[in-house]
Design a protein around this ligand. Structure first.
Ligand SMILES: *[C@@H]1O[C@H](CO)[C@@H](O)[C@H](O)[C@H]1NC(C)=O
Ligand SMILES: *[C@@H]1O[C@H](CO)[C@@H](O)[C@H](O)[C@H]1NC(C)=O
Ligand SMILES: *[C@@H]1O[C@H](CO)[C@@H](O)[C@H](O)[C@H]1NC(C)=O
Ligand SMILES: *[C@@H]1O[C@H](CO)[C@@H](O)[C@H](O)[C@H]1NC(C)=O
Ligand SMILES: *[C@@H]1O[C@H](CO)[C@@H](O)[C@H](O)[C@H]1NC(C)=O
Ligand SMILES: *[C@@H]1O[C@H](CO)[C@@H](O)[C@H](O)[C@H]1NC(C)=O
Length: 583
């Protein structure tokens, strides 16, 4: 560890020596930002080895190194972040800590409302240049405000599937007008999946300490899986959705993507809680304040637990062809089962067909957005209208005249602005909620409700049936099945890396054999492509799931078996004297 190898002037020497002394008082190796945990970062900050200002600089440099290739990050607000970091560094040196994320840089998906960026920065567009143009949220999303209150530095916005996939059926996974095509970091040209595409990539590479995503139907779980990171998709209602560009409030949920279960638990602890006035789903929480998820980090948590194992022979493609490598996925899954047994779990096979899962029709609803679900469109229309209420024209923006205040304006802009590529990539979902052709029933109406109950009962019972009948304490499955079954009923999923596809894996592409629109050639399966194992249970069981996920992670250690193909030079271990002058 050499922090002072290039002291440029004698004047810096004293500072440099005191830094080295501080560094020496920190016991333990300084890790790469690709691996380091939030707890370890906090130790480095506490010991004075680095400052939050340094971290903002380092993460900005890392983003600059890889973003041209991966498009993981839409924008960063370095000026604001440095300013906030300086304040937090000062507070820290005075012994004042705001909370468990004091001075920790975090990236958030571009559908989280963020205020306070200097000039034109830190806009909120859900990936859309139209939504971002000329208007600003009046308030931070509740979860963003909670992060800031806990001391986090909001470094910038990550890329995503535009409108979290609720734009049209023919839009590439991980593409947005604001950010371009996101690519994963482990196989050159791989999908990052979606819709929290950039958050999975950014967390995995260490472009920030961690990142926030949102999920409606797979949008945290799949990017966590293909990004070699941990993803927590909380029970709907555990985290407030106020200020998040919505899809359907019946399913939307806000959660973290992080390199370890411990980091994810810490973020979840900060994010969770009631916000009844602004998101009344949070009123359903069965407690006054949520549990402390970091207390669930117990490497023995699986010992003696009855865990149901679900496997769907046919796979669920999501149009991504990754099931071409079923044999390789099954091999990883079997290895994961061995690790679970090794960690003391009692595994109980849950033959899927016994519970009606063989009904192929069921899987036609697997990504309800793609089927224009009968409740999704009314929900989206009403929820988006409420979101616009939080938008104010930006007086400083040149584009003030185009500030989006309602859906008519948004749709017109999506059709006209060439950056939105509407000639190539469709926007029929956004068009449908404008009701130009067919009127939609109300989101609260009987029809939408019946459709929702139908889907959530059909999928939820496949999970709840075995949980109850066989007295199970949790379920484990490949991530795609978790997405299909847990989305509509709003159940929690915690996804953990389970390793990469073997050398015998086939290289396959998104939408292969489907030429009806101009898809970029994005790889959805290949040797070394990361995969995730998902833990699922009843609502509000995140304490259990975090424990199981942690015990599995500790027993298996799969994340560390894979290395990204992109390399970054900016890191803690060659932090040079160049920077010392800036401290
Ligand atoms: C904001 O923009 C103005 C004009 O471009 C520039 O002079 C100023 O430095 C910017 N402020 C920050 C904090 O970036
Ligand atoms: C929750 O809030 C939504 C939107 O603000 C509203 O439509 C709904 O009636 C509320 N539900 C309850 C039970 O208050
Ligand atoms: C960890 O889990 C084991 C097994 O369930 C339990 O016996 C032990 O008390 C737990 N430890 C803590 C600190 O909760
Ligand atoms: C949408 O907002 C624009 C600008 O404020 C306004 O001119 C237009 O009438 C609004 N349209 C609808 C349908 O509310
Ligand atoms: C529920 O779904 C089934 C099959 O998926 C369908 O036959 C039935 O009509 C649906 N019921 C309602 C109320 O939508
Ligand atoms: C940082 O270290 C790596 C490997 O140790 C090296 O390749 C790279 O050139 C170094 N970068 C700088 C800026 O010193």
């Amino acid at each position: 560890m050499v922090f002072c190898n290039f002291p440029r002037a004698v004047a810096y020497l004293a500072l440099c020596l005191s830094l080295q002394a501080a560094a020496l008082s920190f016991t333990g190796p300084v890790q790469s930002l690709s691996d380091i945990s939030i707890t370890e970062l906090t130790q480095l900050l506490d010991s004075g080895t680095v400052t939050s200002r340094d971290l903002v600089d380092l993460y900005s440099d890392r983003i600059a190194e890889v973003n041209a290739e991966l498009n993981a990050v839409i924008e960063i607000d370095v000026d604001t972040a440095l300013h906030v970091a300086e304040t937090l560094d000062r507070d820290r040196s005075n012994g004042v800590l705001r909370g468990p994320l004091h001075g920790i840089p975090i990236l958030v998906k571009d559908n989280y409302a963020t205020t306070g960026g200097f000039n034109e920065s830190l806009k909120t567009g859900a990936g859309s240049v139209c939504l971002a143009a000329g208007s600003r949220p009046r308030e931070d999303a509740t979860v963003v405000a909670k992060l800031r209150a806990a001391g986090a530095i909001i470094l910038g916005k990550t890329n995503l599937a535009e409108f979290s996939g609720a734009r049209g059926h023919h839009v590439p996974q991980g593409w947005s007008a604001r950010g371009g095509q996101t690519y994963g970091a482990y196989v050159r040209g791989q999908t990052a999946c979606g819709s929290s595409s950039g958050s999975g990539v950014a967390a995995g590479l260490g472009l920030a300490a961690a990142a926030l995503g949102t999920e409606t139907g797979g949008s945290i779980t799949c990017p966590a899986s293909f990004g070699n990171v941990v993803g927590v998709k909380p029970t709907v209602g555990l985290t407030s959705r106020f200020g998040v560009v919505p899809v359907t409030p019946r399913q939307d949920t806000a959660g973290p993507l992080a390199r370890s279960v411990a980091d994810a638990a810490l973020l979840l602890e900060v994010m969770a809680g009631r916000d009844v006035e602004r998101d009344n789903y949070t009123a359903a929480q069965p407690w006054d304040s949520p549990p402390r998820y970091t207390e669930a980090l117990n490497a023995s948590a699986l010992r003696g637990k009855r865990i149901g194992v679900m496997w769907y022979e046919q796979g669920i493609e999501f149009g991504m062809n990754y099931w071409a490598n079923k044999k390789q996925i099954r091999r990883l899954f079997d290895a994961a089962l061995d690790d679970l047994r090794g960690a003391g779990a009692e595994l109980v096979d849950v033959p899927f067909g016994d519970h009606g899962g063989a009904d192929k029709g069921l899987f036609n609803i697997h990504v309800p957005m793609r089927n224009g679900g009968d409740y999704m469109l009314p929900d989206l229309k009403e929820a988006l209208a409420r979101y616009y209420d939080n938008m104010a024209p930006d007086d400083n923006a040149d584009e003030a005249s185009t500030a989006i205040q309602n859906h008519t304006q948004l749709l017109a802009c999506l059709r006209e602005d060439p950056r939105e590529r509407s000639a190539e990539y469709s926007l029929e979902i956004m068009a449908a909620i404008a009701e130009e052709d067919e009127p939609l029933g109300p989101a609260g109406g009987a029809e939408a409700w019946a459709a929702y109950v139908n889907v959530s009962t059909a999928t939820g019972s496949l999970l709840r049936g075995p949980l109850q009948e066989q007295n199970l304490e949790g379920l484990v499955m490949y991530m795609d099945l978790a997405i299909v079954l847990a989305s509509a009923p709003g159940l929690p999923i915690v996804t953990v890396p389970m390793g990469g596809l073997g050398d015998d894996a086939r290289v396959v592409y998104e939408g292969e054999g489907n030429d009806d629109y101009n898809l970029p050639r994005v790889i959805t399966g290949a040797p070394g492509m990361p995969q995730g194992l998902s833990f699922v249970d009843e609502k509000w069981t995140e304490m259990d799931l975090v424990g199981f996920a942690y015990a599995y992670e500790q027993a298996s250690q799969r994340r560390w078996t894979l290395a990204p193909w992109v390399k970054m030079e900016s890191d803690l271990d060659n932090w040079t004297g160049d920077r010392i002058g800036e401290l």
